[in-house]
Design a binder for this molecule. Structure first.
Ligand SMILES: C[S@@+](CC[C@H](N)C(=O)[O-])C[C@H]1O[C@@H](n2cnc3c(N)ncnc32)[C@H](O)[C@@H]1O
Length: 219
C-alpha cells in the first residue's frame, strides 16, 4: 500500500498556515465572526478560512469573469470569489435561504462587490438549468446538498469553458468516503468522486485541504 506523505494538521500548525496565507480582509473577518455568533449551530457549514484565499487564487488563475456558486450560506466564499472579478464580471450565487444569505448581501455591499453578485433564491438545480447552454462559465464552486452534487456537476461541466475550473468541497466527507457501507451524504460523495474520476471532459485532482477539495479543469 502507498504511504501518505501528508503532514497531520495540528491546531498549532493550522494557525501557522493561516498566518502565512493571505489574511482575510476586514469584511471577510467580520462576516466569519458574525456567522459564528449569529448561527453557532450552522457556522461549521462555512467554507474553511483557508479556502477563501484559495478560491480567490483559483478564480484569478483562470481570469474568471463568470462564476457560479452552488451553496452560499452567509456568503463567505461568495465574497472571496466576487472580490476577484473585474467590474463587469458576474457571480451567480445559488441558495435556498433568504435568512442566511441576508448576511452575505450586507457584507457584499460593504465590500463594494454587491453589483457583481446575482443571488438566486431557488433550488440550485432549477437555477443552473436556466443558464445558457453554451460553455461560458470560467469558474464554478460546489458547496451545497451533497445528494445533488452529480446533477450539479452535470449541469455545470458542459457550461464550463475549456480551461475553466470547477471546484467541489467536502469530497472527503470527514473521512467517511472510504466506507463502502456509507449511507446518505457520505454515500452521495462516494458516488460523486467516482463520477468525477470517470469524467473524460475534465482533468481532476483531490486536494486534502480542509474536508477535501476537488479541483477540475475542463479539457
Ligand atoms: C455548506 S453551506 C455553503 C457554505 C458557503 N459556501 C460558505 O462559504 O459560507 C451549504 C448551503 O447550501 C444551501 N443549499 C442546500 N440545499 C440547496 C439546494 N437544493 N439549492 C440551493 N442551495 C441549497 C444551504 O441553504 C446552505 O446555505
Amino acid at each position: 500500500m502507498t504511504k501518505s506523505k501528508s503532514t497531520a494538521i495540528t491546531e498549532e500548525l493550522y494557525d501557522y498556515v493561516l498566518a502565512h496565507n493571505p489574511p482575510l480582509d476586514a469584511v471577510q473577518r467580520k462576516l466569519v465572526e458574525t456567522t459564528y455568533q449569529r448561527f453557532p449551530d450552522e457556522a461549521q457549514m462555512q467554507s474553511a478560512q483557508e479556502q477563501g484565499p484559495l478560491l480567490a487564487f483559483l478564480a484569478r488563475l483562470c481570469t474568471a469573469r463568470r462564476i457560479v456558486e452552488v451553496g452560499t450560506f452567509t456568503g463567505f466564499s461568495t465574497l472571496a470569489m466576487a472580490q476577484t472579478l473585474p467590474p463587469d464580471g458576474k457571480l451567480i450565487a445559488c441558495d435556498v435561504s433568504e435568512e442566511w444569505t441576508a448576511y452575505g448581501r450586507e457584507a457584499w455591499e460593504t465590500a463594494g462587490v454587491a453589483d457583481r453578485i446575482d443571488l438566486r433564491i431557488a433550488p440550485a438545480l432549477d437555477t443552473l438549468r436556466t443558464l445558457p447552454a453554451e460553455p461560458h462559465i470560467d469558474f464554478a464552486y460546489l458547496d451545497a446538498d451533497k445528494g445533488n452534487y452529480i446533477p450539479y456537476w452535470d449541469e455545470l461541466v458542459p457550461r464550463l469553458r475549456p480551461g475553466g475550473l470547477i471546484v467541489a468541497d467536502n469530497v472527503l466527507f470527514g473521512g467517511t468516503v472510504t466506507d463502502p457501507q456509507a449511507t446518505g451524504a457520505a454515500a452521495a460523495i462516494r458516488e460523486f468522486n467516482d463520477h468525477v474520476m470517470a469524467d473524460q471532459r475534465v482533468e481532476a485532482v483531490i486536494l486534502t485541504v480542509a474536508d477535501g477539495l476537488t479541483v477540475a479543469r475542463k479539457l
